[in-house]
Design a protein around this ligand. Sequence first.
Ligand code: GLU
Length: 494
Amino acid sequence: MSVRVRFAPSPTGYVHIGSLRTALYNYLFAKGNENGKYILRIEDTDRTRLVEGAVENMLEAMEWAGVNHDEGPVLLDGQISETGDFGPYVQSDRLEIYKKHIETLLEKGHAYYCFCTKERLDQVREQQKANGETPKYDGHCRDIDLEEARKRAAAGESYVIRLKLPVNRDIMFDDVVRGKVVVNTNDVDDQVLIKTDGFPTYHFAVIVDDHHMGITHVIRGEEWLPSTPKHVYMYEAFGWDAPRYVHLPNILNSEKKKLSKRHGDVAVKDFKEKGYLPEALVNYISLLGWSPEDNSEIMSIEEIISKFSLERVSKSGGVFDVEKLNWINSHYLKEADLDRLTELASRYFVEGGYVSEDEIKDKWDWMKSIISATREKLDYLKQVVDYIPLFLGETVDMEDENAKEMVELDHVPDMLEVFKGKILESEELTKDSTKKILKAVQKETGHKGKNLFMPVRVAVSGQCHGPDLNEMLVILGKDLISKRIDFVKNNYCK
Ligand code: GLU
């Protein structure tokens, strides 16, 4: 039987790093198995938590990350449609299916109508708490005769339908990550399966859908582990085979707590907007809870797929470490195609007011050369905005005392003059020609090493550090170099 896995988000907002990791592990597992299929299903039965546009955001984020599904909702010209033979893939389009299946459970005596009011349930809970017991439904409606219950429901009484768990029975399942899990039904609530609004709860819909969509492995976050016994019992009640369960460890923040919205950037789109490359983010996230046998860290998606196995998913959560993500991203930035990076970075030039939308084409080469000169220094593309001012303007601001001291040295004014002369005399500036010019200055003035390069660097940029000097000179061009040198000589040199 071929592998079929699914990622089943609820459309309740932006896509979290944790969701991307769950989707990615499902994707990796499917792609690593011959004919494996990765399915996206939208779980929108909690009508109170729906967020407008969340499905579109989800689809866009996954497409950006390259975690593409084989079946499920797709965006076509901004409209959501579906692909695959097991649909509908949005739960709110499957209500008839749930209705039919809840009837089966009612008829078989595995589910019952519950008419308890919220007030009664609150009272029971308070009482249980006061007695030091774990709050749990007390089974008040478990034995109401089904026909009688149907009459009450038909007469308009408000109800939910609950799962009728057997009393005092051990439920067992084997989790690929956690191993054997055994839970006694006395410790589990009679889960609500159909709510007062007629919608199924997640717990009911997930079983019906996973079964009908032929899901072989349920790979999801560990927060669902406590619910799994109920799910396993429902499979038994229906007479279906349960899938294999794979509960992924939480992703932790630097304080070793579960990563959450409150702890800064966890939305995939924030990383996209800062100019992280999708392949870098995906590479990094693949390592949050899994590692390959050979401990490689920088891996293409093809390599990750070939190395990935559920057996190597760890029980303990990976810590989300932005430093490491930056390290991986900077690696990919150094390797990436420059035109692609320029395309991605052009928005930062526009947002900073350095280039207008209309000028993008004309200033392409200039932007590209700035990316080329600075990419070694960037953790993510947006940081390029810190460097753009370096390349603009006829004057120079000295960054600090060190920079000032560098151009106050006695030999500097004459040396800068020689340098400027050679720059102005030269034909087109290239990385090579600027190298040759600096060599010639060294020969003519006798100054070399730090005494040569530092004052030139500071005179053209105001800083003792920064992008490659030759690339910077090429971008500045003859005119700005000579004007900046004059400015520094007049204002800073002795
Ligand atoms: N809708 C659930 C969620 O958003 C899916 C859990 C599962 O994969 O079973 O987490």
